[in-house]
Design a protein. Structure first.
Lengths: 324, 272
Protein backbone atom coordinates (compact mmCIF):
# COMPACT_ATOMS: atom_id res chain seq x y z
CA UNK A 1 0.00 0.00 0.00
CA UNK A 2 2.65 2.44 1.03
CA UNK A 3 4.84 1.50 -1.92
CA UNK A 4 1.88 1.98 -4.28
CA UNK A 5 1.25 5.53 -3.05
CA UNK A 6 4.92 6.22 -3.27
CA UNK A 7 5.03 5.29 -6.97
CA UNK A 8 1.90 7.25 -7.86
CA UNK A 9 3.17 10.21 -5.93
CA UNK A 10 6.60 10.11 -7.47
CA UNK A 11 5.46 9.46 -11.01
CA UNK A 12 3.91 12.84 -11.89
CA UNK A 13 6.90 14.96 -10.84
CA UNK A 14 9.14 12.75 -12.94
CA UNK A 15 7.06 13.27 -16.11
CA UNK A 16 6.66 16.93 -15.22
CA UNK A 17 10.40 17.38 -15.03
CA UNK A 18 10.85 15.64 -18.36
CA UNK A 19 8.10 17.73 -19.91
CA UNK A 20 9.43 21.01 -18.57
CA UNK A 21 12.92 20.28 -19.87
CA UNK A 22 11.42 19.50 -23.26
CA UNK A 23 9.14 22.51 -22.98
CA UNK A 24 12.06 24.73 -22.12
CA UNK A 25 13.94 23.45 -25.14
CA UNK A 26 10.85 24.01 -27.29
CA UNK A 27 10.38 27.48 -25.86
CA UNK A 28 14.00 28.36 -26.54
CA UNK A 29 13.74 27.18 -30.12
CA UNK A 30 10.36 28.83 -30.67
CA UNK A 31 11.59 32.05 -29.08
CA UNK A 32 14.75 32.10 -31.16
CA UNK A 33 12.70 31.59 -34.32
CA UNK A 34 10.30 34.41 -33.36
CA UNK A 35 13.27 36.77 -33.26
CA UNK A 36 15.25 35.40 -36.19
CA UNK A 37 12.60 35.38 -38.93
CA UNK A 38 11.55 39.07 -38.84
CA UNK A 39 15.11 40.11 -37.97
CA UNK A 40 16.65 38.46 -41.03
CA UNK A 41 13.83 39.71 -43.26
CA UNK A 42 14.35 43.34 -42.18
CA UNK A 43 18.13 43.05 -42.41
CA UNK A 44 17.87 41.78 -45.96
CA UNK A 45 15.04 43.97 -47.25
CA UNK A 46 15.56 47.14 -45.23
CA UNK A 47 19.14 47.55 -44.05
CA UNK A 48 21.16 45.95 -46.86
CA UNK A 49 19.33 47.99 -49.55
CA UNK A 50 20.62 51.17 -47.88
CA UNK A 51 24.17 49.84 -48.07
CA UNK A 52 23.60 49.21 -51.78
CA UNK A 53 22.20 52.72 -52.28
CA UNK A 54 25.31 54.14 -50.62
CA UNK A 55 27.56 51.95 -52.75
CA UNK A 56 25.90 52.94 -56.02
CA UNK A 57 25.94 56.62 -55.08
CA UNK A 58 29.75 56.32 -55.27
CA UNK A 59 29.79 54.71 -58.69
CA UNK A 60 29.83 56.22 -62.16
CA UNK A 61 26.92 56.65 -64.50
CA UNK A 62 27.15 54.33 -67.50
CA UNK A 63 25.02 53.59 -70.50
CA UNK A 64 24.33 49.99 -69.65
CA UNK A 65 21.85 47.74 -67.91
CA UNK A 66 21.86 48.42 -64.98
CA UNK A 67 23.02 51.96 -65.78
CA UNK A 68 26.04 52.25 -63.49
CA UNK A 69 29.56 50.88 -63.30
CA UNK A 70 29.97 48.29 -60.58
CA UNK A 71 31.60 49.58 -57.43
CA UNK A 72 32.93 47.57 -54.51
CA UNK A 73 32.36 44.16 -56.04
CA UNK A 74 34.14 41.49 -54.01
CA UNK A 75 34.29 38.97 -56.84
CA UNK A 76 37.71 40.27 -57.96
CA UNK A 77 39.47 39.30 -54.74
CA UNK A 78 41.57 41.68 -52.61
CA UNK A 79 43.57 43.16 -55.50
CA UNK A 80 40.44 43.64 -57.59
CA UNK A 81 38.80 45.25 -54.59
CA UNK A 82 41.72 47.65 -54.15
CA UNK A 83 41.64 48.54 -57.83
CA UNK A 84 37.96 49.32 -57.56
CA UNK A 85 38.52 51.37 -54.45
CA UNK A 86 40.50 53.81 -56.60
CA UNK A 87 37.60 54.07 -59.03
CA UNK A 88 35.18 55.10 -56.32
CA UNK A 89 34.33 58.72 -56.61
CA UNK A 90 32.47 61.43 -54.87
CA UNK A 91 31.65 62.89 -58.29
CA UNK A 92 27.93 62.49 -57.76
CA UNK A 93 28.12 64.39 -54.51
CA UNK A 94 30.25 67.22 -55.92
CA UNK A 95 27.79 67.33 -58.81
CA UNK A 96 24.97 67.78 -56.28
CA UNK A 97 26.75 70.63 -54.54
CA UNK A 98 27.64 72.39 -57.77
CA UNK A 99 24.15 72.40 -59.21
CA UNK A 100 22.01 74.93 -57.34
CA UNK A 101 18.89 72.99 -58.36
CA UNK A 102 19.53 70.23 -55.81
CA UNK A 103 20.47 72.56 -52.99
CA UNK A 104 17.33 74.62 -53.61
CA UNK A 105 15.22 71.47 -53.74
CA UNK A 106 16.54 70.31 -50.34
CA UNK A 107 16.03 73.70 -48.73
CA UNK A 108 12.52 74.21 -50.14
CA UNK A 109 11.52 70.67 -49.13
CA UNK A 110 12.58 71.23 -45.53
CA UNK A 111 10.87 74.65 -45.41
CA UNK A 112 7.65 73.33 -46.99
CA UNK A 113 7.61 70.35 -44.64
CA UNK A 114 8.25 72.57 -41.59
CA UNK A 115 5.57 75.12 -42.51
CA UNK A 116 3.00 72.45 -43.29
CA UNK A 117 3.81 70.68 -40.02
CA UNK A 118 3.02 73.87 -38.11
CA UNK A 119 -0.16 74.38 -40.15
CA UNK A 120 -1.22 70.77 -39.53
CA UNK A 121 -0.63 71.29 -35.80
CA UNK A 122 -2.75 74.47 -35.83
CA UNK A 123 -5.59 72.70 -37.67
CA UNK A 124 -5.27 69.42 -35.79
CA UNK A 125 -5.00 70.69 -32.20
CA UNK A 126 -8.55 72.11 -31.91
CA UNK A 127 -9.95 68.92 -33.48
CA UNK A 128 -8.04 66.65 -31.09
CA UNK A 129 -8.95 68.88 -28.13
CA UNK A 130 -12.63 68.87 -29.09
CA UNK A 131 -12.55 65.09 -29.42
CA UNK A 132 -10.87 64.60 -26.05
CA UNK A 133 -13.50 66.82 -24.39
CA UNK A 134 -16.41 65.13 -26.16
CA UNK A 135 -18.84 62.95 -24.17
CA UNK A 136 -17.21 59.54 -23.60
CA UNK A 137 -20.03 57.78 -25.46
CA UNK A 138 -19.33 59.42 -28.82
CA UNK A 139 -15.52 59.42 -28.55
CA UNK A 140 -15.07 56.02 -30.26
CA UNK A 141 -17.21 57.21 -33.17
CA UNK A 142 -15.19 60.41 -33.54
CA UNK A 143 -11.97 58.41 -33.40
CA UNK A 144 -13.30 56.09 -36.11
CA UNK A 145 -14.17 59.11 -38.26
CA UNK A 146 -10.59 60.42 -38.00
CA UNK A 147 -9.10 57.05 -38.88
CA UNK A 148 -11.49 56.29 -41.77
CA UNK A 149 -9.93 58.69 -44.35
CA UNK A 150 -6.60 57.00 -43.60
CA UNK A 151 -8.06 53.79 -45.04
CA UNK A 152 -8.99 55.46 -48.32
CA UNK A 153 -6.26 55.81 -50.87
CA UNK A 154 -3.73 58.58 -50.41
CA UNK A 155 -3.53 59.02 -54.19
CA UNK A 156 -7.30 59.40 -54.45
CA UNK A 157 -7.46 61.95 -51.65
CA UNK A 158 -4.78 64.07 -53.32
CA UNK A 159 -6.44 63.63 -56.72
CA UNK A 160 -9.77 64.86 -55.28
CA UNK A 161 -8.18 68.25 -54.59
CA UNK A 162 -7.31 68.82 -58.26
CA UNK A 163 -11.01 69.14 -59.10
CA UNK A 164 -11.48 71.55 -56.22
CA UNK A 165 -8.47 73.80 -56.68
CA UNK A 166 -8.10 74.18 -60.44
CA UNK A 167 -9.01 77.58 -62.01
CA UNK A 168 -12.42 76.38 -63.24
CA UNK A 169 -12.73 74.10 -60.19
CA UNK A 170 -15.32 73.91 -57.45
CA UNK A 171 -13.70 76.34 -55.02
CA UNK A 172 -13.43 79.10 -57.64
CA UNK A 173 -16.98 78.41 -58.83
CA UNK A 174 -18.25 78.82 -55.29
CA UNK A 175 -16.25 81.97 -54.58
CA UNK A 176 -17.21 83.57 -57.93
CA UNK A 177 -20.88 82.69 -57.48
CA UNK A 178 -20.99 84.20 -53.99
CA UNK A 179 -19.17 87.32 -55.20
CA UNK A 180 -16.21 86.98 -52.83
CA UNK A 181 -13.80 87.20 -55.78
CA UNK A 182 -14.20 88.40 -59.37
CA UNK A 183 -11.17 86.68 -60.89
CA UNK A 184 -10.57 82.95 -60.41
CA UNK A 185 -7.77 82.30 -57.91
CA UNK A 186 -4.72 80.47 -59.18
CA UNK A 187 -4.09 77.87 -56.50
CA UNK A 188 -3.35 74.64 -58.36
CA UNK A 189 0.31 74.27 -59.38
CA UNK A 190 1.52 76.63 -56.64
CA UNK A 191 3.09 76.07 -53.24
CA UNK A 192 -0.26 76.93 -51.63
CA UNK A 193 -1.74 73.80 -53.20
CA UNK A 194 1.13 71.72 -51.77
CA UNK A 195 0.47 73.13 -48.28
CA UNK A 196 -3.24 72.30 -48.58
CA UNK A 197 -2.42 68.81 -49.84
CA UNK A 198 0.03 68.03 -47.03
CA UNK A 199 -2.20 69.41 -44.26
CA UNK A 200 -5.15 67.45 -45.64
CA UNK A 201 -3.34 64.14 -46.16
CA UNK A 202 -1.39 64.11 -42.92
CA UNK A 203 -4.07 65.51 -40.60
CA UNK A 204 -5.02 62.11 -39.09
CA UNK A 205 -1.33 61.48 -38.23
CA UNK A 206 -1.35 64.70 -36.21
CA UNK A 207 -4.77 64.32 -34.60
CA UNK A 208 -4.31 60.74 -33.32
CA UNK A 209 -1.23 61.24 -31.10
CA UNK A 210 -2.58 64.62 -29.91
CA UNK A 211 -5.89 63.02 -29.00
CA UNK A 212 -4.29 60.17 -27.07
CA UNK A 213 -2.19 62.67 -25.08
CA UNK A 214 -5.11 65.04 -24.40
CA UNK A 215 -7.52 62.24 -23.51
CA UNK A 216 -5.25 61.03 -20.70
CA UNK A 217 -5.08 64.52 -19.23
CA UNK A 218 -6.75 65.13 -15.89
CA UNK A 219 -9.26 67.88 -16.57
CA UNK A 220 -9.66 68.78 -12.91
CA UNK A 221 -6.26 70.52 -13.15
CA UNK A 222 -7.86 73.12 -15.43
CA UNK A 223 -10.76 73.54 -13.05
CA UNK A 224 -8.35 74.01 -10.16
CA UNK A 225 -6.51 76.69 -12.13
CA UNK A 226 -9.80 78.38 -12.95
CA UNK A 227 -10.84 78.32 -9.28
CA UNK A 228 -7.55 79.95 -8.35
CA UNK A 229 -8.27 82.78 -10.81
CA UNK A 230 -6.12 81.74 -13.75
CA UNK A 231 -7.54 83.01 -17.08
CA UNK A 232 -8.37 80.26 -19.63
CA UNK A 233 -5.62 81.22 -22.12
CA UNK A 234 -2.82 81.10 -19.59
CA UNK A 235 -4.31 77.90 -18.13
CA UNK A 236 -4.01 76.43 -21.61
CA UNK A 237 -0.38 77.45 -22.04
CA UNK A 238 0.60 76.52 -18.47
CA UNK A 239 -1.25 73.20 -18.13
CA UNK A 240 -2.90 71.77 -21.23
CA UNK A 241 -0.17 72.42 -23.75
CA UNK A 242 2.77 71.15 -21.67
CA UNK A 243 0.83 67.99 -20.81
CA UNK A 244 0.06 67.36 -24.47
CA UNK A 245 3.69 67.89 -25.49
CA UNK A 246 4.48 64.18 -26.11
CA UNK A 247 1.55 64.08 -28.52
CA UNK A 248 2.67 67.31 -30.18
CA UNK A 249 6.19 65.95 -30.70
CA UNK A 250 4.99 62.58 -32.03
CA UNK A 251 2.46 64.21 -34.34
CA UNK A 252 4.94 66.75 -35.71
CA UNK A 253 7.54 64.07 -36.44
CA UNK A 254 4.93 61.84 -38.10
CA UNK A 255 4.07 64.72 -40.43
CA UNK A 256 7.47 66.34 -40.95
CA UNK A 257 9.63 63.33 -41.84
CA UNK A 258 7.50 61.86 -44.66
CA UNK A 259 6.54 65.34 -45.91
CA UNK A 260 10.20 66.23 -46.65
CA UNK A 261 10.46 63.38 -49.13
CA UNK A 262 6.87 63.62 -50.40
CA UNK A 263 6.41 62.89 -54.09
CA UNK A 264 2.69 62.47 -54.90
CA UNK A 265 1.49 65.80 -53.47
CA UNK A 266 4.05 68.11 -55.15
CA UNK A 267 3.73 66.16 -58.37
CA UNK A 268 -0.07 66.28 -58.65
CA UNK A 269 -0.84 69.60 -56.92
CA UNK A 270 2.44 71.50 -57.31
CA UNK A 271 2.83 71.24 -61.08
CA UNK A 272 6.14 71.69 -62.84
CA UNK A 273 7.00 75.05 -61.27
CA UNK A 274 7.44 73.84 -57.71
CA UNK A 275 10.60 72.20 -56.46
CA UNK A 276 10.78 69.38 -53.93
CA UNK A 277 13.47 66.79 -53.40
CA UNK A 278 11.19 63.72 -53.66
CA UNK A 279 10.14 64.88 -57.11
CA UNK A 280 13.75 65.62 -58.08
CA UNK A 281 14.81 62.12 -57.07
CA UNK A 282 11.89 60.63 -59.04
CA UNK A 283 12.76 62.59 -62.18
CA UNK A 284 16.45 61.81 -61.86
CA UNK A 285 15.57 58.13 -61.71
CA UNK A 286 12.66 57.75 -64.15
CA UNK A 287 13.27 60.57 -66.64
CA UNK A 288 17.07 60.89 -66.69
CA UNK A 289 17.72 57.25 -65.73
CA UNK A 290 20.68 58.45 -63.67
CA UNK A 291 20.81 55.84 -60.91
CA UNK A 292 24.05 56.96 -59.21
CA UNK A 293 22.89 60.58 -58.90
CA UNK A 294 19.45 59.57 -57.61
CA UNK A 295 21.21 57.33 -55.07
CA UNK A 296 23.34 60.25 -53.96
CA UNK A 297 20.19 62.39 -53.63
CA UNK A 298 18.66 59.64 -51.47
CA UNK A 299 21.76 59.35 -49.26
CA UNK A 300 21.78 63.10 -48.54
CA UNK A 301 18.02 63.09 -47.92
CA UNK A 302 18.52 60.26 -45.46
CA UNK A 303 21.35 62.12 -43.69
CA UNK A 304 19.04 65.13 -43.45
CA UNK A 305 16.30 63.04 -41.86
CA UNK A 306 18.45 60.84 -39.61
CA UNK A 307 18.12 63.14 -36.58
CA UNK A 308 14.30 63.50 -36.78
CA UNK A 309 13.98 59.74 -37.40
CA UNK A 310 16.07 58.98 -34.31
CA UNK A 311 13.98 61.43 -32.29
CA UNK A 312 10.88 59.60 -33.51
CA UNK A 313 12.33 56.24 -32.42
CA UNK A 314 13.26 57.62 -29.01
CA UNK A 315 9.70 58.95 -28.61
CA UNK A 316 8.29 55.55 -29.63
CA UNK A 317 10.55 53.70 -27.20
CA UNK A 318 9.64 56.09 -24.38
CA UNK A 319 5.92 55.65 -25.05
CA UNK A 320 6.52 51.90 -24.88
CA UNK A 321 8.25 52.23 -21.51
CA UNK A 322 5.41 54.37 -20.13
CA UNK A 323 2.75 51.86 -21.15
CA UNK A 324 4.60 49.04 -19.49
CA UNK B 1 -20.18 67.25 -19.56
CA UNK B 2 -21.91 69.92 -21.64
CA UNK B 3 -20.10 72.64 -19.78
CA UNK B 4 -16.72 71.25 -20.77
CA UNK B 5 -17.75 70.40 -24.33
CA UNK B 6 -18.12 73.98 -25.41
CA UNK B 7 -19.42 75.46 -28.62
CA UNK B 8 -15.82 76.06 -29.69
CA UNK B 9 -15.06 72.36 -29.38
CA UNK B 10 -18.11 71.35 -31.39
CA UNK B 11 -17.36 73.91 -34.11
CA UNK B 12 -13.75 72.79 -34.48
CA UNK B 13 -14.82 69.14 -34.77
CA UNK B 14 -17.52 69.91 -37.35
CA UNK B 15 -15.16 72.06 -39.43
CA UNK B 16 -12.37 69.51 -39.12
CA UNK B 17 -14.54 66.64 -40.28
CA UNK B 18 -15.99 68.76 -43.11
CA UNK B 19 -12.41 69.41 -44.25
CA UNK B 20 -11.59 65.70 -44.05
CA UNK B 21 -14.68 64.42 -45.82
CA UNK B 22 -15.81 67.08 -48.30
CA UNK B 23 -13.18 66.33 -50.99
CA UNK B 24 -14.02 62.62 -50.88
CA UNK B 25 -17.78 63.33 -51.04
CA UNK B 26 -17.32 65.67 -54.01
CA UNK B 27 -15.22 63.08 -55.79
CA UNK B 28 -17.94 60.46 -55.34
CA UNK B 29 -20.71 62.86 -56.41
CA UNK B 30 -18.91 63.82 -59.61
CA UNK B 31 -18.32 60.19 -60.58
CA UNK B 32 -22.07 60.12 -61.35
CA UNK B 33 -21.80 63.19 -63.56
CA UNK B 34 -23.21 62.94 -67.08
CA UNK B 35 -20.83 65.62 -68.40
CA UNK B 36 -17.24 64.80 -69.27
CA UNK B 37 -16.14 67.97 -67.47
CA UNK B 38 -15.48 66.81 -63.96
CA UNK B 39 -16.45 70.05 -62.28
CA UNK B 40 -19.60 71.00 -64.20
CA UNK B 41 -22.73 69.09 -63.23
CA UNK B 42 -24.57 67.75 -66.30
CA UNK B 43 -27.08 65.37 -64.78
CA UNK B 44 -26.99 61.93 -63.15
CA UNK B 45 -25.42 59.07 -65.04
CA UNK B 46 -23.69 55.77 -64.38
CA UNK B 47 -22.08 55.59 -67.80
CA UNK B 48 -18.55 56.07 -66.42
CA UNK B 49 -18.94 52.90 -64.38
CA UNK B 50 -19.99 51.02 -67.52
CA UNK B 51 -17.03 52.31 -69.52
CA UNK B 52 -14.76 51.46 -66.57
CA UNK B 53 -15.61 47.78 -66.87
CA UNK B 54 -14.76 47.88 -70.56
CA UNK B 55 -11.32 49.37 -69.85
CA UNK B 56 -9.15 46.25 -70.10
CA UNK B 57 -5.97 47.94 -68.85
CA UNK B 58 -7.70 49.13 -65.69
CA UNK B 59 -9.26 45.71 -65.07
CA UNK B 60 -5.88 43.97 -65.45
CA UNK B 61 -4.30 46.44 -63.04
CA UNK B 62 -7.09 45.83 -60.52
CA UNK B 63 -6.44 42.08 -60.68
CA UNK B 64 -2.67 42.55 -60.16
CA UNK B 65 -3.29 44.91 -57.23
CA UNK B 66 -5.72 42.51 -55.56
CA UNK B 67 -3.29 39.60 -55.81
CA UNK B 68 -0.32 41.65 -54.58
CA UNK B 69 -2.45 42.98 -51.72
CA UNK B 70 -3.75 39.58 -50.58
CA UNK B 71 -0.37 37.84 -50.69
CA UNK B 72 1.70 40.67 -49.22
CA UNK B 73 -0.82 41.43 -46.45
CA UNK B 74 -0.93 37.77 -45.39
CA UNK B 75 2.85 37.31 -45.28
CA UNK B 76 3.30 40.74 -43.67
CA UNK B 77 0.80 39.83 -40.95
CA UNK B 78 2.78 36.70 -40.01
CA UNK B 79 6.13 38.55 -40.03
CA UNK B 80 4.69 41.63 -38.30
CA UNK B 81 3.14 39.53 -35.53
CA UNK B 82 6.48 37.79 -34.97
CA UNK B 83 8.19 41.19 -34.85
CA UNK B 84 5.62 42.45 -32.34
CA UNK B 85 6.19 39.38 -30.15
CA UNK B 86 9.93 40.00 -30.33
CA UNK B 87 9.51 43.64 -29.35
CA UNK B 88 7.25 42.98 -26.36
CA UNK B 89 8.49 39.62 -25.08
CA UNK B 90 12.24 39.65 -25.63
CA UNK B 91 13.40 42.82 -23.97
CA UNK B 92 17.03 41.74 -23.83
CA UNK B 93 18.88 40.28 -26.78
CA UNK B 94 21.82 41.36 -28.88
CA UNK B 95 20.82 43.87 -31.54
CA UNK B 96 17.46 44.78 -30.03
CA UNK B 97 18.06 48.48 -30.61
CA UNK B 98 18.82 47.81 -34.28
CA UNK B 99 15.74 45.61 -34.53
CA UNK B 100 13.31 48.15 -33.10
CA UNK B 101 14.97 50.76 -35.31
CA UNK B 102 14.31 48.66 -38.38
CA UNK B 103 10.68 48.20 -37.35
CA UNK B 104 9.94 51.87 -36.66
CA UNK B 105 12.01 53.59 -39.36
CA UNK B 106 9.96 52.36 -42.37
CA UNK B 107 6.86 53.97 -40.83
CA UNK B 108 8.20 57.46 -41.48
CA UNK B 109 10.82 56.82 -44.17
CA UNK B 110 10.03 58.79 -47.35
CA UNK B 111 8.70 56.32 -49.89
CA UNK B 112 11.10 57.44 -52.62
CA UNK B 113 14.04 56.25 -50.50
CA UNK B 114 12.46 52.89 -49.63
CA UNK B 115 11.43 52.34 -53.25
CA UNK B 116 14.82 53.21 -54.70
CA UNK B 117 16.76 51.13 -52.18
CA UNK B 118 14.57 48.04 -52.70
CA UNK B 119 14.87 48.37 -56.46
CA UNK B 120 18.67 48.53 -56.23
CA UNK B 121 18.60 45.42 -54.01
CA UNK B 122 16.53 43.50 -56.56
CA UNK B 123 18.87 44.56 -59.35
CA UNK B 124 21.92 43.60 -57.26
CA UNK B 125 20.63 40.06 -56.60
CA UNK B 126 19.47 39.70 -60.20
CA UNK B 127 15.74 39.45 -59.54
CA UNK B 128 13.60 40.49 -62.52
CA UNK B 129 11.23 43.31 -61.70
CA UNK B 130 7.60 42.25 -61.72
CA UNK B 131 4.90 40.72 -59.58
CA UNK B 132 7.30 39.06 -57.13
CA UNK B 133 9.39 42.17 -56.46
CA UNK B 134 6.35 44.40 -55.80
CA UNK B 135 4.99 41.80 -53.41
CA UNK B 136 8.31 41.51 -51.53
CA UNK B 137 8.54 45.31 -51.30
CA UNK B 138 5.01 45.60 -49.95
CA UNK B 139 5.61 42.87 -47.38
CA UNK B 140 8.63 44.78 -46.07
CA UNK B 141 6.76 48.06 -45.79
CA UNK B 142 3.51 46.77 -44.34
CA UNK B 143 4.93 44.27 -41.82
CA UNK B 144 6.17 47.22 -39.77
CA UNK B 145 2.65 48.69 -39.58
CA UNK B 146 1.29 45.27 -38.55
CA UNK B 147 4.02 45.03 -35.90
CA UNK B 148 3.00 48.37 -34.36
CA UNK B 149 -0.72 47.47 -34.30
CA UNK B 150 -0.17 44.01 -32.79
CA UNK B 151 2.45 45.31 -30.36
CA UNK B 152 0.01 47.80 -28.84
CA UNK B 153 -2.41 44.93 -28.16
CA UNK B 154 0.32 42.69 -26.69
CA UNK B 155 1.28 45.54 -24.36
CA UNK B 156 -2.05 45.29 -22.52
CA UNK B 157 -2.14 41.49 -22.62
CA UNK B 158 -2.53 39.77 -19.25
CA UNK B 159 0.42 37.39 -19.17
CA UNK B 160 -0.89 35.50 -16.14
CA UNK B 161 -3.21 33.73 -18.60
CA UNK B 162 -0.18 32.25 -20.35
CA UNK B 163 1.48 31.37 -17.06
CA UNK B 164 -1.70 29.59 -15.95
CA UNK B 165 -1.76 27.55 -19.17
CA UNK B 166 1.90 26.62 -18.77
CA UNK B 167 1.35 25.65 -15.10
CA UNK B 168 -1.43 23.36 -16.29
CA UNK B 169 1.11 21.64 -18.52
CA UNK B 170 0.61 23.27 -21.91
CA UNK B 171 3.73 23.60 -24.04
CA UNK B 172 4.78 27.16 -25.03
CA UNK B 173 3.74 26.49 -28.63
CA UNK B 174 0.36 25.18 -27.55
CA UNK B 175 -0.06 28.09 -25.12
CA UNK B 176 0.65 30.50 -27.94
CA UNK B 177 -1.91 28.98 -30.29
CA UNK B 178 -4.61 28.34 -27.66
CA UNK B 179 -4.29 31.40 -25.42
CA UNK B 180 -2.20 34.21 -26.88
CA UNK B 181 -3.30 34.04 -30.49
CA UNK B 182 -7.08 34.13 -29.85
CA UNK B 183 -6.67 37.11 -27.51
CA UNK B 184 -4.59 39.19 -29.93
CA UNK B 185 -6.66 38.05 -32.96
CA UNK B 186 -8.63 41.34 -33.35
CA UNK B 187 -5.33 43.26 -33.55
CA UNK B 188 -3.97 40.76 -36.08
CA UNK B 189 -7.10 41.14 -38.22
CA UNK B 190 -6.93 44.92 -38.19
CA UNK B 191 -3.20 44.66 -38.89
CA UNK B 192 -3.97 42.54 -41.95
CA UNK B 193 -6.57 45.03 -43.16
CA UNK B 194 -4.16 47.92 -42.68
CA UNK B 195 -1.47 46.03 -44.62
CA UNK B 196 -3.94 45.23 -47.39
CA UNK B 197 -5.13 48.82 -47.81
CA UNK B 198 -1.55 50.16 -47.68
CA UNK B 199 -0.59 47.77 -50.45
CA UNK B 200 -3.72 48.70 -52.43
CA UNK B 201 -2.80 52.34 -52.02
CA UNK B 202 0.91 52.45 -52.70
CA UNK B 203 2.11 54.26 -55.82
CA UNK B 204 5.72 55.23 -55.19
CA UNK B 205 7.24 51.95 -54.01
CA UNK B 206 5.27 50.00 -56.63
CA UNK B 207 6.52 52.32 -59.39
CA UNK B 208 10.13 51.66 -58.41
CA UNK B 209 9.89 47.91 -57.87
CA UNK B 210 7.33 46.87 -60.48
CA UNK B 211 8.13 45.75 -63.98
CA UNK B 212 6.31 45.11 -67.24
CA UNK B 213 3.13 43.08 -66.80
CA UNK B 214 2.75 43.98 -63.13
CA UNK B 215 1.21 47.46 -63.33
CA UNK B 216 -0.83 48.08 -60.20
CA UNK B 217 -4.04 50.09 -59.99
CA UNK B 218 -2.47 53.20 -58.36
CA UNK B 219 0.19 53.22 -61.13
CA UNK B 220 -2.56 53.03 -63.73
CA UNK B 221 -4.64 55.74 -62.03
CA UNK B 222 -1.55 57.93 -61.69
CA UNK B 223 -0.65 57.68 -65.37
CA UNK B 224 -4.23 58.59 -66.32
CA UNK B 225 -4.40 61.48 -63.81
CA UNK B 226 -1.32 62.99 -65.42
CA UNK B 227 -3.23 63.11 -68.70
CA UNK B 228 -6.11 64.95 -67.06
CA UNK B 229 -8.95 64.49 -64.63
CA UNK B 230 -11.77 62.35 -66.03
CA UNK B 231 -15.04 61.09 -64.52
CA UNK B 232 -13.86 57.57 -65.29
CA UNK B 233 -11.06 57.89 -62.74
CA UNK B 234 -13.58 59.33 -60.28
CA UNK B 235 -15.65 56.19 -60.81
CA UNK B 236 -12.62 53.92 -60.28
CA UNK B 237 -11.75 55.82 -57.09
CA UNK B 238 -15.36 55.59 -55.85
CA UNK B 239 -15.36 51.81 -56.27
CA UNK B 240 -12.05 51.57 -54.40
CA UNK B 241 -13.40 53.74 -51.56
CA UNK B 242 -16.59 51.65 -51.42
CA UNK B 243 -14.65 48.39 -51.19
CA UNK B 244 -12.48 49.68 -48.34
CA UNK B 245 -15.42 51.29 -46.52
CA UNK B 246 -17.46 48.08 -46.67
CA UNK B 247 -14.47 46.12 -45.35
CA UNK B 248 -13.94 48.54 -42.45
CA UNK B 249 -17.66 48.58 -41.57
CA UNK B 250 -17.90 44.77 -41.60
CA UNK B 251 -14.79 44.51 -39.42
CA UNK B 252 -16.06 47.05 -36.89
CA UNK B 253 -19.50 45.42 -36.76
CA UNK B 254 -17.91 42.02 -36.17
CA UNK B 255 -15.78 43.59 -33.46
CA UNK B 256 -18.82 45.15 -31.78
CA UNK B 257 -20.73 41.87 -31.92
CA UNK B 258 -17.83 40.05 -30.31
CA UNK B 259 -17.72 42.75 -27.63
CA UNK B 260 -21.46 42.44 -26.93
CA UNK B 261 -21.14 38.64 -26.81
CA UNK B 262 -18.29 38.94 -24.34
CA UNK B 263 -20.33 41.24 -22.10
CA UNK B 264 -23.29 38.85 -22.23
CA UNK B 265 -20.98 35.97 -21.32
CA UNK B 266 -19.58 37.95 -18.40
CA UNK B 267 -23.05 38.79 -17.13
CA UNK B 268 -24.11 35.17 -17.48
CA UNK B 269 -21.03 34.07 -15.58
CA UNK B 270 -21.74 36.53 -12.78
CA UNK B 271 -25.37 35.38 -12.50
CA UNK B 272 -24.45 31.71 -12.70
Amino acid sequence: MSSATATTASAPPATNAGKSALARLGAAFFGRLVIIIPYVWLLFFFLIPFVIVFKISLSQTAIAIPPYTPALDFSGGISGFLAQLKQLSLDNYTWLTQDALYFNAYVTSVIIAAVSTVLTLLVGYPIAYGMARAPATIRPTLLMLVILPFWTSFLIRVYAWIGILKPEGLLNQLLLATGVIHQPLIILNTYTAIFIGIVYSYLPFMVLPLYSALEKMDYSLIEAAKDLGCPPTSAFWKITFPLSLPGVIAGCLLVFIPAVGEFVIPDLLGGSQTLMIGKTLWNEFFANRDWPVSSAVAVILLLLLIVPIMLFQRAQARAQEMDR
Amino acid sequence: MNATWSRFNITSIVLGFAFLYLPIVLLIVFSFNESKLVTVWGGFSTKWYVSLFHNQGLMDATWVTARVGLISATVATVLGTLAALTLTRYTRFKGRVLFSGMVFAPLVMPEVITGLSLLLLFVAVGLDRGFLTVTLAHITLTMCFVAVVVQSRLMTFDRSLEEAAMDLGATPVKTFFQITLPVIMPAIVSGWMLAFTLSLDDLVIASFTSGPGATTLPMKIYSQVRLGVTPEINAACTILIAVVAIGVIIASLANKRREVQRQLDEQAAQRG
